[in-house]
Design a protein around this ligand. Sequence first.
Ligand code: ADE
Length: 263
Amino acid sequence: MRVDVVTLFPEMFAGPFGQSIIGRAIEQGRLDVSFVNPRDFTSDRHRTVDDYPYGGGPGMVMKPEPLFLAVESVARPASDVILMSPAGRVFSQLIAAELARREHLILVCGHYEGVDDRVREHLATDEISIGDYVLTGGELAAMVIVDAVARLLPGVLGHAESAGDESHSRGLLEYPQYTRPPEFRGWPVPGILLSGNHGEVARWRRRRSLERTAEQRPDLMTPDLAAELADDGTRLSRSAQKRAARAARLAAAEASSDEDQSG
Ligand code: ADE
């Protein structure tokens, strides 16, 4: 996959992209990341990339022309032009998987108070936020997206690092993991994991995934998951049972209001 990052601060990426799994993916040629600096597409003496907002207000706004020219210098017909913005659709594992199937991503990093809206309207094909908070610029968001997408590309994770069972990969949080020693500071590893009984281990993991999701992220519980958990709810703490029951009610209410809307 090819990724072009449009940024005023390409040096910010050297650390994260030079290390570990992403560094290895780039070295192996599975991921090809380049940087385009909008400042190189200015024509005035001061290489101006921002200006005062029309209508007044605080801060500066990024000018459209350097961003259009920077994107156009690398765009191909198959490119996705993604504007990093706190106002975009919220990034998720599902969106990471969707982007991992694309050929060429152009990630546009905004700065200052914002970006002239003609960039969003006439240049970007997508607008993504990494969460409901505001960063000083889009660079950290672009790093997050490249990291989450790159690890889904074929061959980037070794078998040992595989992306199969982890949190969010199947709509559930991951089950707890343990390694040696079997007892640490008096806290034992759950006995079932040492039993060698693969069927029991798989059942235990499924149950712990469901419990964890109900406790930590009730918003992810669907009616089917809540029902599965309720059938097997004997190990839940009382508060987790309450939360699971509430999640089940919420999920059921949501499902029936969706039905009302579509029918
Ligand atoms: N730029 C500033 N805040 C951002 C966010 N939350 N996500 C993506 N880009 C941003």
